[in-house]
Design a protein around this ligand. Sequence first.
Ligand code: AMP
Ligand code: GLY
Length: 445
Amino acid sequence: MKLLVLGSGGREHALAWKLHESQRMEELYCAPGNAGIAQEAECIPVDLSQLKAVVALAKKLRADLTIVGPEAPLVAGIVDEFEKEGLAIIGPNKAASRLEGSKVFAKEFMRRHGIPTARFEVAETFEDAIKALVRFPLPVVVKADGLAAGKGVVVARNHAEAEQAVQDFMVRKTLGTAGDRVIIEECLTGEETSFIVLTDGRAILPMVPTQDHKALLDGDQGPNTGGMGAYSDDSILTEALHDEILRSMVAPTLAGMEMEGSPYRGFLYCGLMMTPAGPMLLEYNVRLGDPEAQPILMRLRSDLTDLLVASREGQLASVDVHWSPNPSICVVLTSKGYPAKPETDKTITGYEAVEALGGVKIFHSATRFEDHQLLTTGGRVMGVTAIAEDLPSAIQRAYAGVNKLQFEGMHFRNDIGAKALKRVPKITAPKRTRVPKAERPASRK
Ligand code: AMP
Ligand code: GLY
């Protein structure tokens, strides 16, 4: 098959890497891609906001299947454009992508369908938002309605901070029209979990669970980012919680979307807060997470093309998926100034040494090659992703890779995965060992 991945981040690099090893892959393209993705796929420049140009590219390449990485083209309706032309594509259409494109739609949808979520009010004007704020205890969460690339949520510790957020979104229009409406929401506490599924609208194929690290600095301090690192380990969710999330969140979401005339297909990401009262849904994303995709795809043993084709054909119920039991982790390296104003064009060294380590892969996010040099081009530069027989070993392996890399102003968190080590009492299963020959009892003569 001729496969086309749309996007240019670490998630798309992981998708391309996994598709590259697929038995069914004959040609693999990525648009626009980056320097790392170019190792796995032929990268073709394209502006993903120009939907007609993307359709024309897929036609020119005769792509049999296109996989969309980021949310913006999905929310803009790229799936509708492809389907109008009879082109196969993975992802929800424009109507279904409202689950991420409008937080007001998503929260009201959750309320309509009894999906556990934080108490909230929608405000259409600045005055209504200010009035609503006092009806919530502190801290209080202020959210812009539209897409904001991770900048649309403020957890305000006091009313002054909350009012500032409302002012920024609704009056100063720091996020453009995305801040025309806001949500004022109860602040929840607990650990966050990313629960992602692939669905054909009826069957649900859960990915292994992951935990992202949104804050810039160790100990969950500093501003929120797109994600500073993620790990996947079966200890993140008990079987009972896994089933509860499927039953109380994922299934009613798919049934509700179908009932409302917008059946959902593709990857669906439920961002959860595991509160003392049980899991609550913070938000939907209509795609794989970044950096969650990197540890998820590292654990996937099945052929990704098979899963995608089955989801496209409504045959997901009949596929068997195989995962590595081993945990995986991705540590993201960012540029100085990220997330506000990242520096760029710094030379990256040491990547050859990382690739030489076993069980480690660098997924590039914002890189380009020029004059035989690898250069940074944005905030999240790359994610060092590792898999090993247990989480401490995976963490150690990933950081061994990180320590070989260098660029001016390079930043990363030192505590990716550390929460899991604290949470799970470390019970090491007794390892099976062979009795050494010398210690075997001498056989009787
Ligand atoms: P979202 O864009 O909705 O994913 O929100 C981004 C981040 O804001 C989440 O990952 C949480 O860390 C935080 N957040 C969102 N809603 C809440 C809430 N109700 N209570 C506490 N934190 C929240
Ligand atoms: N890592 C969070 C996201 O992809 O939205």
